[in-house]
Design a binder for this molecule. Structure first.
Ligand SMILES: *[C@@H]1O[C@H](CO)[C@@H](O)[C@H](O)[C@H]1NC(C)=O
Ligand SMILES: *[C@@H]1O[C@H](CO)[C@@H](O)[C@H](O)[C@H]1NC(C)=O
Ligand SMILES: *[C@@H]1O[C@H](CO)[C@@H](O)[C@H](O)[C@H]1NC(C)=O
Ligand SMILES: [Ca+2]
Length: 552
């Protein structure tokens, strides 16, 4: 941008011609993608943009992180029922990222990576109990986010930000891992998923926290009617967000709001006003209510006068749970879903919005990652990132503000195994696995790729492809259906580029100590802080640590 700007600064005739050309282009009704290519030029010459940010104006940050929502769940991404008007508007007013990834196909590792800017293999959110297994933080897991990980909200705090998490934390339920110990000033939500109800004897119900203290438990104090699929939690999370925005706007203190809602994670729920309103069933009801929440949050930013100084992202923590079939979300054209390293596992529906800085109606083909929020937010807040450790996120500033893209690889891990890598439009699988035969054929017949079996690709065994990786052209074949022949010219040209990125990554990789190996019922949420005041502490069983069992 700076070069373009310099060239144009003293050249008014050129500037006027370009403005006229781009205005003509904008008026032609095209798809968002075509329109974005045309608007970038007019954006480039709008040089006030950068100046307002570089002077350390400390923009506010909002991340609206969905749980198990898929790339194909938004109208703007082609969901045929078109039930997400607020998100579609957010995209029309902002920037759509079709090539945006989570760092992992499962909640906990994905969220740990988002906040630490580092792959789970580095920050410890993986297991070595078995090779290539997905692990997370159920309430009996002993580990959590290590103290030596520097989460970006911790750094924002040093510059005077006030940070709030609303919803699911999932970086460890023991008190030393809680959000208020890791960069957040406020919390309303829970450390774990809203599974249950439990009996309170063999397993306690999950607590809900207000800041450092528990204020009740799911199913006891915070109603989730699993049978009806009804709860008011999303409404509470919306209200918390709007109140926080109002408070921060009035005080003038910069803020980071992490809205980590979970209505699209099983057990699905929606409030009575939204239940039965979607053409898609309960999952769609939950999406509709969250879409409404997005409208409320963006509306509050505007109403309280901070929209122009707030960068908001909408995205999801992993792909839709395709094994839930019609009770889950959609990953659009992508293969399989949650828990897999096919595209459906980690391609996320991502939108950026910043009224004063991001021109409306753009599409960025930057290959992005949830880990990029780390580097981007720190840069925009004028905070240097840590230099004593590798950060896997990249700075999206020039993608957001100048419409530029840079090359960067994507690494797809399942537990401790590097399963696949993407460079440019090509993706190579070094391992393939959907889910085990045992799970698939026996027991409940769980299938991570229902209706999507691709012979030799969606394998039910862990197949080591390292000697001859399976290569796909994601541009022509986003669904990973057509393996590129190893003897082909394309294969011989693309594989070395991918291997170069992979070898560089592996050569510098120092895996963090795995946090998700050990489980122990004594660490469950028996007596969370604040239970005394409520008279709701439960007896803690004797410690009996053992290796966690991770079946996927
Ligand atoms: C949700 O809130 C409404 C209004 O306060 C109440 O009538 C209803 O019972 C609540 N629903 C659940 C499932 O808690
Ligand atoms: C499935 O279960 C049957 C009977 O319990 C057992 O004989 C068989 O080995 C199992 N198959 C797999 C793939 O685990
Ligand atoms: C996978 O295959 C490669 C190449 O044959 C081999 O070097 C590697 O040890 C294998 N990995 C495992 C875990 O078997
Ligand atoms: Ca999730």
């Amino acid at each position: 941008m700076s070069q373009v700007r310099k060239a144009l600064d003293f050249s008014i005739p050129v500037l006027i011609i370009i403005v006229i050309l781009s205005m003509n282009r904008i008026t032609v009704g095209h798809t968002l993608a075509e329109k974005s290519r045309r608007t970038i030029h007019s954006f480039d010459i709008n040089d006030e943009n950068n100046n307002t940010i570089t002077k350390g104006s400390k923009p506010n940050f909002v991340i609206m992180l969905m749980d198990d929502m898929g790339w194909g769940d938004l109208g703007i991404f082609g969901e045929p029922n078109k039930e997400t008007p607020n998100l579609d508007k957010m995209a029309a007013d902002g920037m759509l990222f079709p090539d945006f990834y989570s760092a992992n196909p499962l909640c906990s590792p994905s969220r740990a990576a988002l906040l630490s800017g580092r792959l789970p293999i580095r920050n410890g959110f993986y297991t070595t109990n078995m090779p290539g297994r997905n692990a997370y933080t159920p309430q009996n897991v002993v580990g959590g986010i290590p103290d030596h990980e520097i989460l970006f909200p911790e750094l924002l705090q040093t510059k005077g930000y006030r940070n709030k998490i609303i919803g699911k934390w999932h970086l460890g339920q023991q008190p030393q891992f809680h959000p208020l110990k890791h960069g957040f000033d406020e919390w309303f939500g829970s450390p774990n998923c809203h599974f249950g109800p439990y009996d309170g004897k063999t397993i306690p119900n999950i607590p809900v926290y207000k800041d450092a203290d528990m204020v009740g438990r799911y199913f006891e104090d915070f109603v989730i009617d699993v049978k009806a699929g009804e709860s008011n939690l999303t409404q509470m999370y919306i209200q918390e967000a709007v109140t926080f925005i109002e408070k921060q706007a009035k005080s003038g203190q910069p803020f980071f709001l992490y809205w980590a809602v979970d209505a699209t994670h099983q057990p699905l729920y929606a409030s009575a006003a939204f239940r039965g309103t979607s053409k898609r069933g309960l999952y769609g009801d939950a999406v509709r209510e969250l879409d409404y929440g997005v409208g409320q949050i963006l509306g509050a930013l505007k109403a309280y006068g901070v929209a122009d100084n707030t960068l908001a992202f909408f995205t999801s923590d992993n792909g839709a749970a395709t094994y839930a079939k019609t009770n889950g979300g959609s990953n659009g054209p992508f293969l399989c879903g949650k828990l897999t390293t096919f595209e459906g596992g980690s391609r996320e529906p991502t939108i950026a919005w910043w009224p004063s800085q991001i021109r409306s109606g753009q599409v960025s083909f930057q290959t992005g990652s949830l880990m990029d929020f780390y580097s981007t937010f720190l840069d925009l807040a004028g905070i240097p990132p840590p230099t004593d450790r590798p950060i896997d996120g990249i700075n999206l500033r020039s993608a957001l503000l100048d419409g530029k893209t840079v090359d960067r690889p994507i690494f797809y891990y399942r537990g401790d195994l590097l399963m696949a890598a993407r460079v440019g439009k090509f993706k190579a699988h070094f391992w393939t696995w959907s889910n085990s035969w045992q799970e698939y054929q026996n027991g409940t017949g769980v299938d991570f790729c229902p209706g999507q079996d691709v012979l030799g690709v969606t394998t039910h065994e862990q197949v080591n492809r390292t000697l001859e990786p399976l290569l796909f052209a994601l541009g022509a074949d986003p669904g990973e259906k057509y393996v590129i022949r190893p003897s082909s010219e394309r294969y011989r040209k693309q594989m070395p580029l991918i291997m170069e990125a992979v070898n560089e990554h592996l050569a510098n990789l120092v895996p963090g100590a795995p946090q998700l190996n050990i489980c122990d019922d004594s660490v469950m949420n028996w007596a969370p802080q604040g239970c005394e005041k409520l008279g709701r502490c439960l007896p803690i069983p004797k410690s009996n640590p053992s290796k966690c069992d991770w079946p996927h």
